[in-house]
Design a protein around this ligand. Structure first.
Ligand code: ATP
Ligand code: MG
Length: 413
């Protein structure tokens, strides 16, 4: 069985002087992701090792598979730095891969030059020994079925065959900061994760309309934030709760129904962009995609976008629903997102939403009420929750309504 996982950083190594900061952030994420497993860690300039001790490789592999910044990894078998021990480890490894006749080659890297045998000589000698031990094996140095890698390093030697592809990208927080507009739906948590994967430090902003919407709808967003926490800076996710109820109610009362969602979104963007600027945040991120619903036609996206100059990242813009669901399942948000409680964009959906809205009409309907005063009030009332990956926060424990709960928790404004 395997006793070591070799983790590679890939893209990160290109990043010159920032490299140290990146690798520190990345190894911290890996350590936290594996914190419940009986493993030991070892750092070595462009590599990271996870000694499996009593842990199952599969558990480590599934944790590594979704860590941004991990380019790839290999399960390996350790050996003493002697020809006999390396041959024995190689035999055990090959036996795991030889369910049918295969071609192979041996590649040796000798980082420890005090090991007396040169790499090429060692590869050839080892290949010879393995050929005589396994009748199912033949050599092909150009396109082998298996490449057996031998590494002889200062602290140990190890052998591996598999190279598992990682997620790539960058560890959280190296690319500046953004706010994700986080609904309780399937898409926005995935958008948040993909933005984090590019190294953006992401905080969440949820527009909650209780009592028009339920405390369970707000709870979904808290639980989604907990799923995102492992990938966030310092492994906790800041969730900004925006009290949207009064403005939402005004929109329902004054704006013609087909424009409800469009105007609601414009208000969200206005609030988010202003709040973000106060906080030195460069971008907003949404789970919007083209053409899924009326508010996501290109015309709608334009009219919604017109209220702010802040760049809006839409990581899912060309992704279809199935692909998005696969991501949601991978990062563990899907089961939370499909709970039946609805956020403000999903309650009171207009029977006939405008699919080709006009800018001038949106402006006209917005003049029907004093939204500026509302927005100023809202900006002062936004509350922040720090969501940690290991501690669940259950709002109904603190109050019957979202407001009561936030007050009792003592969220900061
Ligand atoms: P999602 O699954 O993320 O809800 P969706 O496909 O259901 O997306 P919409 O409901 O039209 O799409 O919302 C589009 C985007 O607007 C969301 O992805 C999210 O970024 C943002 N959004 C919608 N409602 C809210 C809300 N109540 N709070 C914060 N952001 C929201
Ligand atoms: Mg939605």
């Amino acid at each position: 069985m395997y006793d070591l996982v070799v983790v590679r950083y890939g893209e990160l190594t290109l990043k010159g002087r920032n490299k140290k900061r990146f690798t520190q952030q990345l190894t911290k994420t890996i350590r936290t992701a594996c914190r419940h497993l009986p493993v030991r860690f070892e750092s070595e300039h462009d590599r990271f090792y996870i000694h499996l001790d009593d842990a199952a490789y599969d558990h480590v592999a599934s944790a590594l598979a979704i860590i941004p910044g991990v380019a790839g990894f290999s399960p390996a078998i350790k050996a003493e730095k002697t020809t006999e021990a390396i041959t024995e480890a190689s035999s055990r490894l090959l036996a795991m891969h030889l369910d049918s006749p295969k071609t192979f080659k041996v590649e040796t890297r000798r980082a420890d030059k005090t090991f007396a045998i040169p790499s090429m000589t060692f590869s050839r000698a080892l290949a010879g020994r393995l050929l005589s031990a396994f009748s199912d094996l033949s050599v092909d140095v150009h396109t082998p079925d298996l490449a057996l890698h031998v590494e002889i390093r200062q602290s140990m030697a190890f052998v591996f065959v598999d190279k598992v592809e990682g997620l790539g990208g960058f560890p959280a927080g190296i690319a500046g900061k953004g706010y994700v507009l986080l609904s309780g739906g399937i898409d926005s948590p995935v958008a948040a994760f993909l933005a984090m994967k590019q190294g953006i430090a992401i905080e969440g902003m949820h527009f909650e309309s209780s009592p028009l919407t339920s405390i369970e709808a707000a709870q979904k967003v808290v639980d989604l934030s907990q799923c995102l926490a492992p990938y966030a800076m310092h492994q906790h996710f800041r969730l900004h709760m925006v009290p949207f109820h009064r403005l939402h109610q005004k929109i329902l009362e004054t704006v013609p129904e087909p424009y409800h969602i469009i105007i609601m979104r414009r208000m969200m963007f206005r609030i988010a962009a202003r709040y973000a600027r106060l906080d030195h945040t460069q971008v907003l991120v949404t789970g919007e995609s083209v053409g899924q619903v009326a508010s996501q036609t290109l015309e709608s996206l334009n009219v919604i976008n017109a209220v702010t100059h802040m760049p809006i990242l839409r990581p899912l813009v060309t992704m279809d629903k199935k692909a998005c669901i696969r991501w949601a399942q991978k990062i563990g948000t899907y089961d939370i997102s499909i709970r039946p409680f609805e956020d403000c964009c999903a309650v009171y959906v207009p029977a006939q939403p405008a699919t080709a809205p006009r800018d001038y009409l949106a402006l006209r309907y917005e003049r029907l009420f004093d939204f500026e005063t509302e927005i100023s009030t809202i900006l002062k009332q936004i509350q922040v929750l720090e969501i940690k990956q290991d501690t669940s926060l259950f709002l109904p424990d603190y109050g019957l309504t979202v407001l009561e709960a936030l007050e009792a928790i003592g969220a900061q404004t």
